[in-house]
Design a protein around this ligand. Sequence first.
Ligand code: MBD
Ligand code: FE
Length: 271
Amino acid sequence: MPNARAQELVEGLQKTIFEFMREHKVTHDEYRVATDLLAETIQAGEQSLLYDIFFEAEVTDIANTGRDGSPEAIEGPFYLPGAPELEAPFMLTQRADEKGDVLLFMGRVTDTAGRPLADAEIDLWHADADGRYSNIDPSVPAWNLRGRFRTDAEGRYKVRTIVPQSYEIPKCGPTGRVLDALGRHCFRPAHLHVKIRHPDVGEMTSQIYFKGGRYLESDSANAVRDGLIAELIRHERDEDLAAHNLDKPYFDVTYNFVLPSGVLAVARAVA
Ligand code: MBD
Ligand code: FE
């Protein structure tokens, strides 16, 4: 059964690629390098990684254009549904001796009218202090630093975790080889991934980066956007540590999410 959207996209893409091949006089050898590379990403389990590094930021930018709410960010290749549901006070699933500085991630979730969204589900996942993701890197316990929790009656959330470090894409795999051939490094700046869901409003996917962090200007996925950078604030005063039952300095990050209504600002302007 022909699908009109598939025809528009696939035939349009094919035409664009033909024009590109002519412009750059692509040789048969180069064509084979490209098809072999795509086959190799599948063998290496890197197909999502390669596509998300090179293309996902563009679809996210398109979706963000003219839309209300907080900016969305790329999902990346490592999201997994079904993360543990946490009990309050929320602490992301972690090893007893989890490496890294304590991080309190907090803020509010509201709708585009500024109304607090109570009982919104926040699905948080991020790399550990060595830049590794659970359920991806076999050396990390299952579901480590992945979990779901909810906002309170005022739409507020607060979760304890650790400050993640920059993530380095496997250097030896096909994705790393392409980046190397382009003269680019394999790092993504340290980041938190979130999905936020509310039954009345919908779902959004975001990422939070840390102001002043390394690789913000040279992200291998080119996915850092202004509205996604939050300040990592260090706390070391005795009374702050005591208030959180901690014996070493910790950090906090506050980020307020405005869950998009799904309404395009342009569509509204026209109506
Ligand atoms: C990541 O952690 C990530 O977020 C993306 C987009 C690609 C590779 C690793
Ligand atoms: Fe990531």
